[in-house]
Ligand binder design. Structure first.
Ligand code: PHE
Length: 325
C-alpha cells in the first residue's frame, strides 16, 4: 500500500474491496459475509513474510489474497504453504511463485507467456531485428521476464545487441542508456516497475534514444505517465486487461470502480477483483473454510468469468489467459 510500488497494493486492495462488497450485498458466501483484512508490507520483500505470518497466526485468515509483486509473493508463499492456508496472488507473474507449493495459486498468466508476447510484438509487429534489454536485477519479476523475452526474441531471429541492468531504487540510468544507444537498437525492452520505468523513459529521450521502449505489466500504473510525462508517449507494454474493452462485464466493472474510487481501474485493480471473486466462488463450492477442501476447490476453478478474462487453473495452479498490448 506504500513504498516503491504502492499503486500495485492500493489498486489490488480497491479491486478486492469492490468484489467483496458486491458478494456481501448478494448475501455473502454460504450465508456469511466475507471480511477483508489488509496488511501493508511497504513494498519490502522481508516484510511480506512478516505480514503473511500476522494474517495467518494473529488473524487466522481462511485464505491470503496477495502479494502483488513476484519477489514479495515468493517471500510470503512458504508461510501460506506451511500453514496449509490457500494463497492466491492476483498479479505475481514469475513462474517460481506457484512452484512454492500446492496451496499457492495465481489469478494471472505467467512470464514465459508474457515475455514471448512482447518478443513477438517487437520482432513481428515492430520489425525489430536489433533489440536491447534493460532490466531490474533486484526483482525476480524483471530478471525472469528479461530472460523469457531474450530467449523468444533470439528464437525469432533477432539479435540482443545490449543487455544492461539496474537495481530497484536507482535514479540515474544514463550509463546504461549510453551503452544501449551506442549499440543502435531498433527497440529496448524494459521489464521493470513504474517508478524506474518513468525515469528511464525521460533519460532515454534526453539522450536522444528515440526508438520505442517496450515493457510488461509492471508499467501498468497511472504513475508511469505521471513520472514519465511525454517521454512515455508512443511506447508499448503488455498487461492483463484493457479498461476500454467493449466487453459489457468489463464496462460494468469500470463504471462501479470509478463511482467508488474516482479512478479508472488499472490491471492490478482488475486482478484484485478477480482474485477475490475466484476465492468466493471456491469457498462456495468447498462448502466451508477447511484449508484442504478450499485448496481443492480453487484448483478446480474452471471458466470463472473474470473481468481479466475467463479463468481456469491449470495443473500448476496458474491461470491461462490472454494478454493485451
Ligand atoms: N507481474 C508483476 C510481478 O510479478 C506485478 C504486476 C501485475 C504489476 C499487474 C502490475 C500489474 O511482479
Amino acid at each position: 500500500m506504500t513504498g516503491d510500488t504502492a499503486t500495485f497494493g492500493r489498486s489490488a486492495d480497491q479491486g478486492m474491496r469492490l468484489a467483496i462488497e458486491e458478494i456481501n450485498a448478494a448475501g455473502g458466501v454460504l450465508g456469511r459475509p466475507l471480511e477483508l483484512i489488509t496488511e501493508d508490507d511497504r513494498s519490502i520483500t522481508e516484510e511480506a513474510r512478516t505480514a503473511a505470518q500476522k494474517l495467518l497466526q494473529r488473524d487466522q485468515v481462511v485464505a491470503l489474497l496477495g502479494e502483488v509483486a513476484s519477489s514479495r509473493s515468493l517471500a510470503a508463499a512458504p508461510e501460506a504453504q506451511r500453514a496449509r492456508v490457500p494463497m492466491i496472488s492476483p498479479g505475481s507473474t514469475n513462474p517460481k511463485v506457484t512452484e512454492v507449493g500446492d496451496y499457492v495459486f495465481r489469478a494471472c498468466f505467467i512470464d514465459p507467456f508474457q515475455g514471448a508476447v512482447m518478443a513477438r510484438f517487437a520482432v513481428e509487429d515492430l520489425r525489430g531485428r536489433r533489440l536491447a534489454i534493460l532490466f531490474d536485477f533486484k526483482q525476480d519479476y524483471s530478471v525472469g521476464l528479461a530472460e523469457f523475452f531474450r530467449q523468444k526474441a533470439r528464437e525469432l531471429g533477432a539479435e540482443i545487441v545490449a543487455d544492461e541492468r539496474y537495481t530497484s531504487g536507482d535514479i540515474d540510468f544514463r550509463p546504461q542508456l549510453t551503452t544501449i544507444r551506442a549499440a543502435n537498437p531498433d527497440a529496448v525492452f524494459v521489464p521493470g516497475y513504474y517508478t524506474e520505468v518513468g525515469l528511464i523513459a525521460r533519460q532515454a529521450r534526453e539522450k536522444g534514444l528515440n526508438v520505442p521502449l517496450l515493457g510488461g505489466d509492471g508499467w501498468d500504473s497511472e504513475k508511469t505517465v505521471e513520472i514519465g510525462g511525454v517521454a512515455v508517449d508512443g511506447y508499448y507494454f503488455s498487461t492483463h486487461y484493457a479498461a476500454d474493452s467493449d466487453n459489457p462485464r468489463v464496462q460494468e466493472f469500470v463504471r462501479k470502480f470509478a463511482a467508488k474510487n474516482g479512478a479508472t481501474p488499472d490491471a492490478m485493480a482488475a486482478l484484485g477483483y478477480d482474485a477475490a471473486g475466484i476465492l468466493a466462488d471456491a469457498l462456495g463450492r468447498a462448502g466451508g473454510t477447511d484449508g484442504a477442501k478450499l485448496r481443492d476447490a480453487i484448483a478446480a476453478t474452471s471458466g470463472f468469468d473474470g473481468v481479466t478474462g475467463k479463468i481456469s487453473m491449470d495443473e500448476k495452479r496458474n491461470a491461462r489467459k490472454d494478454a493485451v498490448v
